[in-house]
Design a protein around this ligand. Structure first.
Ligand code: FAD
Ligand code: SF4
Ligand code: SF4
Ligand code: SF4
Ligand code: SF4
Length: 417
């Protein structure tokens, strides 16, 4: 019997799966058990496509297909929740288990509070995440810094602060991530600023941090973060598909220290990136300049987990002139005003921008300011976004009566009738 809040070392009892898995194979074993036992109808996971740079989402209904999803793809920058909304009807009528990085998990909450995903039907197995590397950056980095043909790399891993590659001939080469990032390679810029390293709002948070002693490299560290997670792990262990032992107290301490160091690093990157953006007019000027090369491809809207509207205001001819490229600044202002309070800094709008505009940086910088003002932290629970607290009719009445356009005032002070 495993309880919510417990921390254990866990590993699959299937020797073949253990070979393929990243650490102890606990994540794949749990997903497989959930499917085999019919706790869920399907599993959404990530598998290697053409090569290690090609992380593909895959929906699995036959448990034996799950083994091919084992292993971590650090160039897997994809986000799964919007696929659930778009192609699986938000899991309204199916039970689903999926693996989530911190950003996936936050996107699940943001879509759920907008009623686009039914969390009651979902089991989330979270993986700790130190960051992911854009596939194009990874290829350049491997060619230029590792002096290796990227197509010769068969495996990559991030261990003890190094990005390590293994080539076809079995050679290993590692370079410190700090060194890579100083030279403009390494993790995506949003990942450097990310402060969600252990996804505790999922049902289980899995990782390799804190696995020490004879289990190092052979077990997965699991923190059981919900009752649903406790039930799944208890049943999987009782069925004999997963073995567990209490996590070593020293390992728990080490894990806590690594997480703390990662958060410190994330805050350092936030300060650096936001400072470089400037303030006030200087920041606005920078955003105007960068967004002026937009080709209105709509990738940012398509990919953003907060953008879910059937009728998007950016397609309203009264607001954004049709056929005009680059679009007027209103196109970007609409997104800033609709998303900034809820941006989870997942990086999709930057990663997939055809014009390489640092959209995620701009939105994240605004989100952090709004969080300071209103205290709303997106992606970690079902609390409603700041905009939902504004009651439109009351606001219009106040605007008409007072001429005051400070629409958020009623969040702090009750309005005069
Ligand atoms: P496995 O049984 O091998 O299962 C791995 C699962 O991860 C599969 O379900 C697979 O679909 C999924 N997956 C693989 N790549 C991705 C991806 N890009 N996005 C979403 N899902 C994916 N742990 C730490 O303790 N510290 C870290 O810094 C850390 N960084 C990570 C960074 C990334 C990008 C990823 C994907 C994982 C990271 N992990 C980290 C988690 C760790 O690598 C293992 O996933 C975890 O310990 C589970 O191991 P396992 O053997 O039980 O997983
Ligand atoms: Fe990981 Fe955070 Fe980057 Fe998502 S945004 S891939 S959780 S570091
Ligand atoms: Fe992610 Fe960009 Fe949307 Fe923010 S605005 S949630 S970074 S896609
Ligand atoms: Fe909805 Fe605004 Fe996003 Fe358009 S830009 S999809 S209107 S949130
Ligand atoms: Fe413009 Fe980039 Fe968005 Fe495309 S993804 S509409 S180019 S900002």
């Amino acid at each position: 019997m495993v309880a919510k809040g417990e921390m254990v070392y866990a590993w699959t009892t299937d020797a073949d799966l253990q070979q393929k898995a990243e650490c102890g194979g606990a994540v794949t074993a749990l997903l497989k058990y959930a499917l085999e036992s019919k706790m869920v109808d399907a599993v959404l996971a990530v598998q290697k496509g053409m090569d290690i740079y090609d992380a593909q989402p895959v929906l699995i209904t036959d448990p034996k297909d799950l083994d091919k999803t084992a292993g971590s793809l650090h160039c897997g920058t994809l986000l799964l929740p919007k696929l659930i909304k778009k192609y699986l009807d938000g899991a309204q009528d199916m039970k689903l288990a999926l693996t989530v990085k911190g950003c996936d998990m936050m996107a699940m909450y943001e879509l759920a509070k907008r009623k686009q995903i039914n969390l009651d039907n979902v089991i989330m197995i979270g993986v700790n995440c130190g960051g992911s590397v854009s596939p194009t950056v990874a290829r350049t980095m491997i060619r230029e810094k590792f002096e290796t043909d990227p197509d010769d790399v068969v495996k990559e891993e991030i261990d003890k602060g190094q990005f390590i590659i293994q080539t076809k001939d079995g050679q290993h080469k590692g370079i410190s991530i700090d060194e890579l990032e100083e030279e403009g390679y390494g993790r995506r810029s949003n990942c450097r600023r990310c402060l969600l390293k252990v996804p505790r709002q999922a049902d289980i948070a899995a990782g390799n941090w804190g696995v020490i002693g004879d289990k190092a490299g052979k077990a997965t560290f699991l923190e059981v973060t919900s009752q649903k997670g406790a039930d799944l792990l208890t049943k999987a262990a009782a069925a004999g598909v997963i073995a567990t032992e209490p996590a070593n107290p020293k390992g728990i301490e080490i894990r806590g220290k690594i997480e703390g160091a990662m958060l410190k690093l994330g805050n350092k990157w936030r300060a650096k990136d936001f400072e470089a953006l400037g303030e006030g007019d200087a920041r606005l000027k920078k955003i105007l300049e960068e967004t002026s090369r937009c080709i209105k491809c709509y990738s940012c809207i398509e990919a953003c987990p907060i953008c879910y509207c059937v009728d998007c205001s950016t397609k309203n001819p009264a607001l954004v002139k049709p056929g005009q490229v680059p679009p007027g600044f209103m196109f970007h202002l609409i997104r800033f005003s609709h998303i900034a309070d809820s941006c989870i800094n997942c990086g999709q709008c930057e990663e997939l921008c055809a014009a390489e505009i640092p959209n995620s940086l701009f939105m994240h910088a605004q989100q952090v300011e709004l969080e300071k003002l209103f205290g709303h932290k997106p992606g970690v629970d079902m609390s409603l976004p700041v905009l939902a607290l504004v009651e439109e009719r009351t606001e219009r009445r106040r605007l008409a009566n007072t001429g005051d356009d400070q629409i958020f005032q009623n969040v702090f002070n009750p309005l005069p009738e």
